[in-house]
Structure formats: C-alpha cells, structure tokens
Design a protein around this ligand. Structure first.
Ligand SMILES: Cc1cc2nc3c(=O)[nH]c(=O)nc-3n(C[C@H](O)[C@H](O)[C@H](O)COP(=O)(O)O)c2cc1C
Length: 220
C-alpha cells in the first residue's frame, strides 16, 4: 500500500465523496467484474477504523447464478410490500420528488439477480441484547469499511448501491451462503461496472442546518 504525501487533489477526492451515488439503473449487467479488482477494494476498505482494531469484517462476494437468484428472491420478498406501502404513502401525499428513486429501486429489484456480483458484508458476532454502546461499536466497526469499499469501487469504474431489505430474511440468506449463525450480515451491495459518464452530487440538507455548535440546535 503506498504512503501518501501531505497534499491531496481535493477536486478528485471531493468529487469521489460527493458523487458516489446509489447506482441501480446504470449497472452493466453483461460485463463481469474481475476478482482482483474486488480484492483491491477490500484491501483499501480494510484500512477503515474498527473499535480496538478488531477487524471483524468479512466480505462475501456472490457470483454463482443460483445463489444470486436466491438472494434476489429474498430481496424482492421484502421489497414488494415495502415499496407498495411507500407508493401508497407517496400517492396520498401527492409528492413526486421521489419518483426517480422509486423507479430506480423498482429496476434494481427486478434485475438484482442479473447484477454480476452481490456483496454481503458481514461482521463476526451478533449484536442482539448488547447495550447501546456495544451495538454502536459493533456496527461502527464495519460500516465505515463498507463505505470505503464503495468509494474504492466507484473510483475504479464500479457502481454499487447500499441495500438492507433482504435482512428481513437474513437467516434464509445465511443458509444460502453457508454463513454461520454467529455472524451478522449488514447489507447487500450489488456491484457492476457503471455505464455512461460520471455522477452528480445529490440533494442534501445545507450544512448550516444540520451542524450545531456547542449544544443541540445552537447554530454556527
Ligand atoms: C442503511 C441504508 C439502507 C438502504 N437500503 C436500500 C435498499 O434496501 N434498497 C435500495 O434500493 N436502496 C437502499 N439504500 C440506498 C438509499 O436509498 C440511497 O442511498 C438514498 O436514496 C440516497 O441516494 P444516493 O445514495 O444516490 O444519493 C439504502 C441506503 C442506506 C444508507
């Protein structure tokens, strides 16, 4: 792993950080993803912090068509009632600003089994029954690495999307992938080369509205 100098090209790093989007419709379903590229991203992601440097993250990459189909089926089983409820609520409120996300989510759900690689990031251990601080430590010791993986993937031309819906059927997914009951799945990340040119920054609340100084809601 190279040592970095003190200066970063902020145009590049900020572009990576602000334009790494949930890629659903623009995943190239026909182009295989080289294993070495995935390992390169894991090597980078492994530099993310973990509580006490426990390094309890494990990366399950699923390429086998039958297993991908199984995961996609579990995802759809959770997605269908979830999105039906979301669509009902959106219709009732007359909101249209979510139309693009809904259409892109529908697309991903319909094509998930065709995405070249499905990643299930896992943490050794189970958080059930732990006190809040331990739960925070548990998830805090894996989620930064997952996001680092997604950033490393993006900068190598790979699109990803964070999804969690299949976790409603975590146990079925564990059986499908021979994941032991002592291990926690935290997401399901479709991975494929993205098509088209780059991505734009998303719509987010202004920093001044969400950052407080010295006390809750004392603004900058
Ligand atoms: C914890 C978490 C769970 C998510 N679960 C899903 C999911 O199950 N399905 C999905 O299509 N997108 C899922 N997303 C993606 C979000 O919808 C997406 O990040 C958000 O709409 C913002 O879009 P952007 O990342 O393109 O800016 C999830 C994101 C996070 C962080």
């Amino acid at each position: 792993m190279p040592t970095m100098g003190e200066s970063f090209d902020l145009t590049q790093t900020d572009a990576l950080l602000t334009t790494t989007r949930a890629v659903r419709k623009r995943l190239d379903l026909a182009r295989p993803v080289p294993h070495e590229l995935l390992l390169e991203c894991v090597r980078i992601a492994a530099q993310a912090p973990s509580g006490g440097n426990v390094q309890m993250t494990r990366w399950v990459f699923v390429e086998d068509p039958a297993r991908r189909a199984g995961l996609a089926e579990l995802y759809r089983r959770a997605y269908e009632p979830y999105i039906a409820e979301q669509k009902r609520a959106l219709d009732a409120s007359g909101r249209t600003d979510m139309d693009k996300i809904v259409s892109s989510s529908d697309y991903l759900a319909a094509h998930l089994h065709e995405v070249p690689v499905l990643l299930v990031p896992c943490a050794l251990g189970r958080p059930e029954g732990a006190i809040h601080g331990s739960v925070a430590g548990f998830y805090g010791s894996i989620l930064p690495a997952v996001w680092s993986f997604m950033l490393a993937a993006r900068s190598r031309g790979l699109g990803t999307a964070w999804t969690t819906l299949h976790l409603a059927y975590e146990q079925e997914a564990a059986e499908l992938l021979s994941i032991p009951p002592t291990v926690t799945q935290v997401a399901l990340i479709p991975i494929g080369f993205y098509t088209g040119e780059g991505f734009r920054a998303g719509t987010r609340r202004p920093a001044e509205e969400i950052a407080y100084l010295d006390a809750w809601k004392e603004s900058f």
